[in-house]
Design a protein around this ligand. Structure first.
Ligand SMILES: Cc1cc2nc3c(=O)[nH]c(=O)nc-3n(C[C@H](O)[C@H](O)[C@H](O)COP(=O)(O)OP(=O)(O)OC[C@H]3O[C@@H](n4cnc5c(N)ncnc54)[C@H](O)[C@@H]3O)c2cc1C
Length: 392
C-alpha cells in the first residue's frame, strides 16, 4: 500500500480503532483508513457498554451509529440495598460495530494480517507485506507492563434465549445480592429483548485465573434461581480486565517509542476502577481527529501528553482500587460498592465518566469507611505498591 497524505493506518481492529475511524470520517475530513487486524474476526466477540452520561451530547451523535441497544435507566442490587438510576445506558456489539465500519466506503479492514513491526511511515506484516500511511496508530490492545500494579475484573457472559419472557426491562449493572466469591462478585444483566438477555458473572479478584466452566455453571444457577428456563445459549464472551491499583505513567511512556502514537488499552486509556475503555476511547478519538493530519510522530507526542494528563487525573480511582483490593477483605469488598451506590446520581455518573470532582471525592471519602483504617492508611500512596518486587 502506497502512502498518501490522507491515509491513516490503524493497527488492530478493536474498539479504539473503530472509534477513531468513525470520528475521523464523521468530521468530513478527506481520509482513507486502513485497519489491519491479526485475527480473522475484526472487533472480536464483545459487548461494549457505557453510561450515556459518559459521553457528551456532541460525541453521542457520532458514536450513535455504532450502538446496538439503548435503555433509559439502569438498576443496582445489593444484599441490603437496591436502586434504579434514571441514567441512560447503551451497548455496542462486535456485530453492530463491524456492520457500521464496513459500510463506510473510506474504511478498509484487512483481516488475518498480523503486524510484526510498526514505524512512523507504516507497518510490516509477519508475512513481509509492507503497508505505508501518512499517519500510523498502534491500537493492538492491552499489554501488561511492570509500571502498572493490577487487580482484575474477570467475567464470563452468556447471551441466552429464555423459554418465556425474563421480565428484565433495563440493565442491571450490578446484582451483588448473590453469594460473594473470589473477591467482589456480581451478576450483570443486559436485556436485549423480552426473551433475550446477556448474563455476566463478574468477580473483582486479585488473581487473573478465569474458570470458564465454573462461571458458566454459576450463570445457569443464577438463571434458574430467577425462574428463567434457558432455551438456548446464543453466544458467549469472557474477559479479564485490568483494574489499576498503581500506575507509574511516566515510566510506562518512557518505555514506548516516542514517534508512534498508541490508542485504547495500549495507551493505558481506560477507567482504572472498571477496566472499561469506551469513554476514554471517545476522548482520544477527538484528539486524533484534531491532530492525525500532522503525521505519526507529531500525533504521538500529542497522544502521550493527553494520556499522561488523564493518568494524573485518574489518581483518585487508583486510590479507591487500593482500598478495595488491599484494605478491604475480599469477602467485604461488596460493602464498599453498596456504600458508593447510596451517593447522589450525578456523582455516580461523573465517577463512571471519569469526571469526578474534588467535591465528589470528599463525598465519597466522608464517613466511616467499610475497611479497617490501619489497612486503608497503608495503601494511601501508589509508590509502595510500585516498589513491590513480586505482584500479589
Ligand atoms: C469481553 C469484553 C467485554 C468488555 N466490555 C466492555 C464494556 O462493556 N465497556 C467498555 O468500555 N469496555 C469493555 N471492555 C474493556 C475494553 O474496553 C475492551 O477491552 C476494548 O476492546 C479495548 O479496546 P482496544 O481497541 O484498546 O483493544 P481491542 O478491542 O482488544 O483491540 C485490539 C485489536 O488488536 C488486534 N491485534 C493485537 N495484536 C495485533 C498484531 N500484532 N497485528 C494485528 N492486530 C493485532 C487484536 O486481535 C484486537 O482485535 C471489555 C473487554 C472485554 C474483553
Amino acid at each position: 500500500m502506497q502512502s498518501s497524505n490522507n491515509s491513516l493506518l490503524l493497527i488492530g481492529a478493536g474498539l479504539a480503532s473503530a472509534l477513531i475511524a468513525q470520528r475521523v470520517v464523521a468530521t468530513g475530513q478527506a481520509v482513507n483508513v486502513t485497519m489491519v487486524e491479526g485475527s480473522a474476526t475484526p472487533f472480536g466477540e464483545h459487548t461494549w457498554s457505557f453510561h450515556l452520561a459518559d459521553v457528551g451530547a456532541g460525541d453521542l451523535k457520532w458514536v450513535e451509529p455504532l450502538i446496538a441497544h439503548q435503555w433509559a435507566g439502569q438498576e443496582v442490587r445489593f444484599q441490603k440495598y437496591a436502586r434504579r438510576l434514571a441514567s441512560g445506558y447503551a451497548s455496542l456489539t462486535s456485530q453492530s460495530v463491524l456492520e457500521h465500519i464496513r459500510s463506510i466506503p473510506s474504511v478498509r479492514i484487512v483481516t488475518g494480517a498480523r503486524v510484526a513491526a510498526i514505524d512512523p511511515a507504516g507497518a510490516t506484516l509477519e508475512d513481509g507485506t509492507r503497508l505505508e500511511a501518512h499517519c500510523v496508530i498502534d491500537a493492538r490492545g492491552f499489554a501488561p507492563h511492570p509500571s502498572m500494579v493490577l487487580g482484575h475484573q474477570k467475567f464470563v457472559g452468556l447471551e441466552i434465549e429464555t423459554e418465556t419472557p425474563h421480565g428484565i426491562k433495563e440493565p442491571v449493572i450490578m446484582d451483588a445480592s448473590v453469594d460473594q466469591l473470589d473477591g467482589y462478585r456480581f451478576v450483570y444483566l443486559l436485556p436485549f429483548s423480552p426473551t433475550r438477555i446477556l448474563i455476566e458473572d463478574t468477580r473483582y479478584s486479585d488473581g487473573d485465573a478465569l474458570d470458564l466452566q465454573a462461571l458458566a455453571a454459576d450463570i445457569s444457577a443464577y438463571a434458574q434461581a430467577q425462574g428463567w428456563s434457558i432455551k438456548r445459549v446464543v453466544r458467549e464472551e469472557h474477559g479479564v480486565l485490568p483494574i489499576c491499583l498503581a500506575y507509574d505513567a511516566d515510566g510506562y511512556w518512557a518505555g514506548q517509542r516516542p514517534d508512534i502514537p498508541l490508542a485504547g488499552m495500549r495507551a493505558g486509556l481506560f477507567h482504572p476502577t472498571t477496566g472499561y475503555s469506551l469513554p476514554e476511547g471517545v476522548r482520544l478519538a477527538n484528539v486524533v481527529a484534531d491532530h492525525w493530519q500532522q503525521g505519526t510522530a507529531e500525533l504521538a507526542s500529542v497522544v502521550k501528553g493527553h494520556a499522561l494528563k488523564r493518568a494524573r487525573q485518574q489518581g483518585f480511582y487508583r486510590l479507591l482500587n487500593r482500598m478495595l483490593f488491599r484494605a478491604a477483605e475480599p469477602s467485604r469488598r461488596h460493602l464498599v460498592l453498596q456504600r458508593f451506590y447510596r451517593l447522589p446520581e450525578p456523582l455516580i455518573e461523573r465517577f463512571y465518566a471519569g469526571r469526578t470532582t474534588v467535591w465528589d471525592i470528599c463525598r465519597i471519602l466522608i464517613g466511616k469507611p467499610p475497611v479497617p483504617v490501619h489497612r486503608a492508611l497503608a495503601c494511601l500512596t501508589e509508590q509502595s505498591l510500585l516498589n513491590e518486587k513480586e505482584p500479589r
